[in-house]
Each structure stands twice: as C-alpha cells, then as structure tokens.
Design a protein. Structure first.
Length: 204
C-alpha cells in the first residue's frame, strides 16, 4: 500500500498535460526539413499562428485517424496543403472552407490512408508548392496531387500574393502531437526507475 501511495503522489504531481492546442513558435519553416514539430501529449485540436507576407508555415504532425482527419483554417485568405512523410503531396485546398477559408475534409478521395507523420502547410494565396518536376497540385479550389511535379517531394514555393498577412487558426480532427510533452518523458523515466527500484527491494 505504501508503494502504491508513493507512485500515486508522483503521478499526481508529474502527470503529463495534454496540449490540445499548439501556438506557432517564432516563424515555422516552409519545407519538411524546417517544419515546426508540434509537441505535446494527446490529440491536436488547433494550431494558432501568424502569417507574414509572403509566408508559408509548415507543421509536422501525426495523423492517427486517416479516415477522420480534417483541417479547417480561418484567417485572411489562406491555402492548406498536406504532404506525407516523404514530402509528397496528399491533397490541398483554397476556398472550400467558406468565404476565403480553406478546408481539407475528412473522407476525401485524396485523404491520407495510413497513420503516420505528415506535414501540414498553410500559405498565402497564391503561394503554391513545387518540386523539381514542377507544380505538385492542380485544380481549384480543391487541389489534387496531379500536377507535373507530383511524383517528387516539395522543394520550394512560388506564386504571387495579395500582400496581406495576419493571424490564423487551423482546427483539426484525427491528428495528434509528434513528440510527447517534457513532463510525459520525465514521468516515463521516473516510472521505469520506480519499477526497477521496487523489483530490487523485493529481491533483498
């Protein structure tokens, strides 16, 4: 009973917080190699950020429910694009979210099919992703990965902008953070240490 009490106290004090929302730190990069890694514990409900002009913000997320994944951004006339772990285009959108907002709906023909690491990018209209082979996406307002550069990973962005920046909010479903919160890592380490300590005491 005493051992359980000690563990219970540690769990209460060091319990891992669930970060349902993520706020951009500094300026997120625009390619997989510089994308901002969303950290925390538990589901990822929203991403808050600020877009400069011109600007593209890319976030590294984990999609645990591909069929239920969706992303809806409200802001100043944004575009949304999803890329897989290799940087290949999955699907994108410009104005399907109502007004000038973008929406990547769940259950879309081009929705992700497997859980894993993905890159979610928000750009100003009309900054579009390109690879060494050319434009990755085609179509309007919903963008499909059928452009001449769709067979290669995103390597740069090109296009004019309206010269307007501002704050944005991306609401998500089916996604979670990539890296556990520091408290979760610390708690896990302490838990392993406690188990080892208890086992040694029993053998004495």
């Amino acid at each position: 009973m005493k051992q359980i009490s000690i563990i219970g106290v540690l769990l209460a004090v060091l319990g891992s917080p669930a970060f349902a929302n993520w706020t951009e730190i500094g300026d997120a990069g625009d390619l997989p190699g510089t994308a901002q890694i969303v950290q925390g514990g538990g589901p990822l409900d929203s991403i808050f950020g600020v877009m400069n002009d011109p600007d593209v913000d890319m976030y590294k997320i984990y999609i645990y429910d591909p069929a239920g994944f969706s992303a809806h951004v409200t802001g100043y006339d944004p575009q949304l694009f999803l890329f897989d772990q290799s940087g290949l285009g999955v699907y994108g959108d410009d104005d399907s979210g109502g007004g000038f907002n973008a929406l990547l709906p769940a259950g879309n023909t081009y929705s992700p099919t497997t859980p894993g690491i993905y890159y979610l990018a928000i750009s100003e209209f009309n900054l579009d992703p390109f690879s060494a082979g050319g434009a990755i996406f085609s179509g309007y307002p919903a963008a499909t990965p059928t452009g001449p550069g769709s067979g290669s990973p995103v390597s740069y962005w090109s296009g004019g902008t309206w010269g307007v920046g501002g704050e944005y909010r991306i609401d998500l479903t089916g996604a979670q953070n990539v890296i556990p919160a520091p408290g979760a890592i610390l708690l896990g380490s302490i838990g392993v240490g406690l188990v080892s300590w208890l086992r040694r005491r029993r053998t004495l």
